[in-house]
Design a protein around this ligand. Sequence first.
Ligand SMILES: [Zn+2]
Length: 165
Amino acid sequence: MKKTKIISLIITSFIIGGGIGFFSGKLFPKILPAEQKVQINENVTTLKFATLHTLCMHETVYTETEHLFFNDLKQIKEAFPSWKIKDFSNDTVLLGKQTHDYCPDHYFAKLEENKITVQNLNGLKLSDIDVSLYDFSEEEFKKLSLGIYLNGKDEYTAFIEDFTS
Ligand SMILES: [Zn+2]
């Protein structure tokens, strides 16, 4: 084979090869959802789960810092299908969801017979306190018999302390 033939063959194969590469790139572009492109392994140290409780519009956040073996956001999404990815940085991914309930920081206390029962607004009973009816004024008795709402952990703790100390 002549030297010029070899050179022209090389040039031709370069042109054809380049052309195929170029066109296949054009015809079959790699379309990936944006979230799949984000590689977050090795850096993610924190997952935050934020729940918006729609009956009181308070948000509770739970933070997970262990057992995080995710390579990308897609895997996180698959692992927590009922959550939406709201935000992410290099080391933290924030997931969010809404629930049609109250956050755990609301309480309802009611006097029935010789007991005050405190439950959260999702119906979970938290405390039962034995009381003596002689301890109450008439007004207190009326109020507690109808039931009162306690907002926040501080009010709850203060209320419990009032009747247990
Ligand atoms: Zn709340």
